[in-house]
Design a protein around this ligand. Sequence first.
Ligand code: NDP
Length: 400
Amino acid sequence: MKKISILGSTGSIGTQGLEVAAESGGAIEVVAIAGNRNVELLEQQIRKYRPKIACAADEEAAKRLATAVADTSAKIVAGKDGLIEVATVSECDMVLSAIVGFAGLEPTVAAIRAGKNIALANKETLVAAGDIVMNLARERKIDIIPVDSEHSAIFQCLNGEKSIAPQVDHNKTDDSYVNNAKNYVNSLEKILLTASGGPFFGKTRGELENVTVEQALRHPSWSMGAKITIDSATLMNKGLEVIEAAVLFGVDIDDIEVVVHRESIIHSMAQFVDGSIIAQMSRPSMKHPIQYAFTYPRREFSPMERVDFKTLKTLTFAPPDEETFRCLALAKEAGKVGGALPVVMNAANEVAVEKFLQGEIAFLRIADIIEETMNKYSNVSCNGLEDIIKLDMEVRKTTL
Ligand code: NDP
């Protein structure tokens, strides 16, 4: 039996993670959960999934939760210390990192330090602190298994390739050393990262001037939390994913090509030096990559709807429009420059998206704000996790 802790249990990924565990026929047990503000849902989750520990946003929320579940044996914890407790609880083997945004970084790092394998949904962690996180994972010999569907796809496409690379260091590439593909899959030429294109695919800048929050939240193929849905509409999500892929698989930003694929059937592809391309396909459902991360290296049965090639007539592909959707180009630039710039870009994006969701700025202002902030902080540097946290806070305070 695998024992899992879930950070962000009340969110879109977190709730699906709980369902995957419940559907595993007892193979996966959830030992700890952390939500934030949604105390009612946390109460329901405690009653249904019986975790030993549950974390709420702060003391006040934790008090309400503790009162509501006083008849259960769950231990209720709060705030940052509570998140760390959920991430490091001794019983758990793997942490599903599914808090949204930069807030997911510290508990994820704590989990790695405690030797927990990570099922990683929180892409902002790798965008802001990719090198630190990956080095720590290698040092602790833990697996970071991607949950983002594109990265799970690439991870699956690379499965089985590592053993044929001539430079394999078998002392390092044991089963617990699965990331940094380019270093041992030296036959990998390029990653083809697919994108749905979001709700505004094909629109001009003029047409995007007055789009509403409601329109931006209407994603054509995925049902997700508000922040990532807006990121998908601006294509910042794809930009974050380019950086995430570069970090996870050890490839250059220029070796990652974004391909718009509206049907969301191919979740991404790996291209090899002999010209072969391996793609991973399935119906769009986040339960698939979540389950794969939980059960890796095994594949277990899933009741998920299958791709039916008798009814699926076409799969389409197009290049992304980086002039209209400038966030993708800005993220690639941040990824190429590296250092502190991805931290700045990520913080500015989180602030801008929140302002858009609150109706304070227009859709097209999101990219302007990110660009202005990146220009303002183009010369900063970061040395270590504390610097990154300080810089993130400073950028949030000064991003207008
Ligand atoms: P949601 O907004 O649906 O959920 C976010 C979760 O994080 C909630 O449990 C929320 O708690 C919690 N949370 C929010 N802020 C904090 C905080 N400051 N401290 C602690 N917990 C907090 O997000 P998603 O599930 O959509 O996304 C989660 C992550 O997974 C993101 O990084 C996203 O990019 C990534 N991802 C998501 C996909 C999806 O299909 N949704 C696909 C691929 C990646 P509460 O609600 O109780 O306040």
